[in-house]
Design a protein. Structure first.
Length: 56
């Protein structure tokens, strides 16, 4: 079984899906995430580090 979630923010959606579907006792369960949410603070930090590295 493959669970697909477009964006991983808190993980609540995919965890709940696994919890519910676990009752069907699938042989395997995997999750596929297309994007992960990052806070604005982390994004700003990475952007500033990237600019700093490019200027060196």
């Amino acid at each position: 079984m493959l669970i697909v979630d477009d964006v991983y923010t808190t993980g609540a959606t995919i965890r709940e899906m696994f919890r519910i579907l676990e009752k069907a006792e699938p042989k395997t369960m995997n999750g596929l995430i297309f994007a992960k949410y990052e806070s604005q603070e982390n994004m700003k930090k990475w952007f500033e580090e990237d600019l700093l590295n490019k200027s060196l």
